[in-house]
Each structure stands twice: as C-alpha cells, then as structure tokens.
Design a protein around this ligand. Structure first.
Ligand code: GLC
Length: 568
C-alpha cells in the first residue's frame, strides 16, 4: 500500500496564479484568476455571533468588532445571513423590508461600518438575497391579503381559488418544506373564506410571483441598494424555487424528501430561472462600485440550490450566470471513503464542464454540525477535522459556518426555547435547526462566554455549560485545537494554490483511502479505513488532522504533504 498516486506524482502541477487565466466564462480582469474561485468565505449568523449592546442578541456592531478574529483565521470573505427587518418566523428568512436593517441588529450606519471595516481588513462582504418569498408582514403581502381576487396586489404573489365544491381544498398537493400543506386560505375583505396563497416554507413566508414585472423590478432595486453600500456579492436563497411550472400541477409523493437527483418537482429548477440569473449577473457586472468594494466584474453570486444532479446544478454556474453554487451533496455524504470520493469526482467533473469551481461546504445554519453528524464525541471530532482538511485541500471555493472552526457540536436545546418553524409544523417530530444556531463562545469559563453581557438565559439561545474549552480564546492559545487546524490550513491553502487541471483521485476501489494533488506540489490523503496507511519515505508532512502513528496515517485522518523534489 502506498499513499503515492503515480511514479511521477511529484511533477509540479501548473499553478493557475502564474500559469494564466482559469478556464470558463468567468475569468477576472486581465486574465488573473478571479478571487472567488478559491475563496474561503465565512458564514455569519448575526444573532448568534457577537452581541455589542448587552440585549442577548448578536448584532452588526458585534460582528464588526470580531472581524479581526476572522482575519486571524484567514478568511477571504464573509456572508452575513439576513439582518433585515423580520418578524422572525423563520430566523430572519421572512423579510418585511429587503433594504432595511432589523432594529435589534443595528441601523443602516452599522451595516456601512461593518463593510468599511471588513474592506479595511481585506475581507469581502456578501449578503443574503431572499427572492422566493417575503414575510407576511411585508407591505406588499398586507396589501394583497386585503385586496380582491385578481387584483394587481395579489398578482405579486401566488393566489389561487381552492378545489372542492366551496374552494375548501388547497389548489394542489404541494407541501411546505417545513411540513403540512404549502397553501393557506385567506378571508376575503367581506369576511368570507377566500383564495389560497402559496408558501413553500412557513405560512408567514408567502411565495412571490416571478412572472410579475413588479417583482422583477423590485429585486433589481434591492440588488442595487446593497451594491451601492459596497457589498461584493450575494448568496441567493433557495435559488431553484423562484418559478413554478405552468398550471401548478400536483407534485406527487416524496416532496422535499426526494429532491436527490429529482429535478422534476414542479416548483424546482424551472427553465425561466436562467434568463433571470443572467440579467442579475449583467447588473452585477455593470452597476458602478463604491470605493473599497470589488470592481463590478469581480462581484459574486452563490446559489443555494437544493439540486443534487450535478449536471443540473452546473447550469446555475454556467458562463454568464452565477459563479458559485453550494455543493450540498458533499455536506450530506456519509463519512465513508467510497461515498465521499464519488461526490468529489462527480462534482468536479460536472463543474469543470462549465468552467466553474466547486463550492465545498461542510456546515451551515441549516445543517447538523459536522462533529455531531459524523458520530459525535471524540470520533465525530476526529472525522470533522479530517473532513475539514479534505475540503480545504480540494480545488474550488469553501464556505465555513461560524463555530465550525471551533468544532462546536450540535446543541440539544430545551423544547420551550425552540424557534425553528420545523418544530411546530412537524407536530414536534423534528426539532429543527436551532441546535447549530447557538451563540459562539468567545472567552471565559462560563456562559455566555463573552458572547454578550446579558444573563445566559437571556441570550438568543442558551449555551451548554461545558464550552469553556471550546472558546475562541482557549483555542487560539492551543496549537492542537480545531481553530489552529483551520488557521494553518487556510494559510497553507494560499501558499499552495490549486491547479485548474483535471483533478485525479487515486486509491483502492473499496474507498478505504483516497488521495489527490492539489497543485503546486501539495498532496492530500484521507484514510477512512482501519488499516494504518504508510507514508512514502520522501513525503514531508505539512499538516495532519490527527497525530501520525510513526510514519503511518491512522484511521479517520487527513494529511497534507509535499515530496522532497518540490523543494527548490
Ligand atoms: C434557505 C435558508 C433557510 C430558510 C429557507 C427559507 O434554505 O438557508 O434557513 O429556512 O431558505 O428561506
């Protein structure tokens, strides 16, 4: 057994930073590699990140004050999840004003200050664009609910008469992603039971009608608003659901549960998305940039699209559309060498066909924390470390969700603190996503660990009492910590830019281990199997997710190495 790919694995792979433009339609100015192709972007969920005013809720000024920490970590950009005015029926993804700032998070000046500070530190800023739905308290929806069937106000949303003799049945069989029907009936202005409106998520999140010109124009206004405030890009929420198939046909069984490789859902992946994304891209590429922001042609859009067929997903990042799309198949893959290898190979192949990088992701505000997902306890932590080094060696971009770099586990919160609509809508069968949205522990021995000056029970969510060893401060001082691993990996990644050449994975068919060349001489090997894997004599280990056993890579360990011939 060998960790070495081929006898000539030591041949230096051309470095795209010096070898010329990346392939595909998304090259940067002057043929330079665009910043986002290999960027590491850090997701901030602001209410759980850092609280500056002692009300127990994280806010924009708190985030600004902690940007220095992110520079130390070494990220290229931050993505801030919705900080807009919202009744919080879905953690801020129910927006009442897409160009405002929620009063508990600060004011417009706090956002400008955050962007300025980030840019001064060399960190780019992405914000969330949530085009599929508004809050039911958005002025448009209030107007629509009070208006007549067929009115202009109702045309901005998806209102339909019900089925059944008296319209008492929903217009079709579509289900909400949070459980229950995707339709809610309104009372007409005269008090009689009336039409139904569509909400693919909570009832407080009515879906917009993307075939309506006012909706299209309003989102252009929203994009320009944030571009004028210096943002460098947008993460586009549920980008695959904006258009619904003509006639709103029934979807059949397995909805939302069965999206893997199934692009036939009548509310997923419709053709009309692509011209819309091309229009947005043209807007991003042409709208003037204020001082400090990237040039118009360097702005980025990243799609959150729950599409699992790689060739369908690749369409979102084909030339002239978005630049990135999260690779959720990687996040959802079990800790298994064969499964991981398949996902990596399929994703890279599909994205290379359109000249786009893969956008790797291991966690988010919607997913169970990796440490817990991979088994919990020490085994889960060991695998999460190995997965992080795998992700960060792969060519492409990576998104890191706050607390991932601290190895935080999923938290089991008390029932009476749960906020996720999934909890109520599932009849208390699914606890939802709150367990990964617990405030970050920054320093100190007891909750709230520097997150806030509020009492622990008054914070956004209560933190566990055993997190003293997981605080950012404790980990910054510990060379073996998860934080230290991420920081070193991010630094080495920059020193060893990935090659744009085809990625070739090697290793046994069983998937017990696999390896690949990142480019510029760096080789990454992950050992999933129980047999220790011997290192080549001339391999010099740069970074390892767990201690080596002599000259072997133990189980559930990823190693980054170079070979002696690379030394110049
Ligand atoms: C996206 C968000 C998620 C939200 C949903 C509806 O999936 O990431 O948090 O619940 O969209 O907006």
């Amino acid at each position: 057994m060998t960790t070495r790919a081929t006898p000539d694995a030591g041949n230096p792979v051309p470095n795209p930073a010096v070898a010329g433009p990346a392939t595909g339609g998304s090259g940067g100015a002057d043929g330079a590699v665009p910043w986002w192709r290999d960027a590491v972007c850090y997701e901030i969920y602001p209410r759980a990140f850092a609280d500056s005013d002692g009300d127990g809720v994280g806010d924009l000024a708190g985030a600004t004050a902690r940007l220095e920490y992110l520079r130390t970590l070494g990220v290229d950009a931050v993505w801030i999840t919705p900080f807009y005015p919202s009744p919080l029926a879905d953690g801020g993804y129910d927006i009442a004003d897409h160009t405002g700032v929620a009063p508990d998070l600060g004011g417009p000046a706090d956002f400008v200050a955050l962007v300025e500070r980030a840019h001064a530190l060399g960190i780019k800023v992405l914000v969330d664009l949530v085009p599929n739905h508004t809050s039911d308290l958005h002025p448009w929806f209030r107007e629509a609910a009070a208006a007549e069937p067929g009115s202009r106000a109702r045309e901005r949303y998806v209102f339909r008469p019900g089925r059944g003799e008296h319209g008492e049945l929903p217009p079709n069989d579509w289900q909400s992603a949070f459980g229950g029907p995707a339709w809610t009936r309104v009372d007409e202005p005269d008090g009689s039971p009336g039409e139904w409106y569509l909400h693919l998520h909570a009832p407080q999140q009515p879906d917009l009608n993307w075939r309506n010109g006012e909706v299209v124009a309003d989102f252009e206004r929203i994009l320009k608003h944030w571009l004028d405030r210096g943002v460098d890009g947008f993460r586009v929420d549920v980008a695959h659901t904006l258009f619904k198939a003509d006639g709103l046909p029934d979807a059949g069984p397995g909805q939302h549960q069965d999206i893997h490789r199934n692009h036939l859902m009548p509310y997923y992946d419709q053709e009309e998305l692509h011209p819309l994304f091309r229009d947005w891209r043209a807007l991003l590429d042409s709208h003037p940039a204020p001082a400090g922001a990237v040039a118009p042609g360097e702005r980025v859009m990243v799609a959150e699209a729950g599409i699992f067929a790689p060739e369908r997903l690749a369409r979102y990042v084909s030339p002239g559309e978005m630049q990135q799309t999260f690779n959720f198949a990687f996040l959802e893959a079990p800790w298994d060498g064969a499964a991981m290898r398949d996902v990596v190979e399929e994703s890279v192949t599909a994205m290379q066909a359109v000249g786009a990088p893969v956008t790797w992701v291991l966690s988010s505000h919607d997913a169970v924390r990796p440490v817990t997902r991979y088994g919990g306890g020490q085994a889960g932590e060991r695998r999460a470390r190995a997965a992080a080094l795998l992700m960060l060696a792969l060519p492409g971009a990576a998104y890191v969700y706050q607390g991932e770099e601290l190895g935080l586990p999923q938290v089991e919160l008390p029932d009476d603190r749960l906020r996720d609509p999934l909890w109520e809508r599932s009849g208390h069968r699914e606890r939802g996503r709150d367990g990964c949205r617990v405030p970050l522990p920054w320093e100190g021995d007891a909750a709230p660990y520097g997150f806030s000056t509020a009492a622990p029970e008054d914070c956004w969510f209560p933190q566990p009492t055993d997190w003293a060893g997981l605080t950012a401060r404790a980990q910054e001082d510990d060379g073996d910590s998860m934080f230290a691993l991420y920081r070193r990996a991010l630094r080495l990644r920059r020193d060893h830019p990935a090659s744009d050449a085809a990625l070739k994975l090697d290793g046994p068919d069983s998937g017990e281990w696999f390896g690949f060349e990142r480019g510029a001489g760096l080789r990454c090997v992950v050992n999933f199997g129980s047999e220790p894997l011997p290192l080549e004599n001339d391999a010099e280990v740069l970074l390892s997710s767990a201690p080596l056993e002599g000259r072997t890579i133990p189980q559930d360990t990823t190693v980054w190495m170079i070979f002696k011939e690379y030394h110049q």
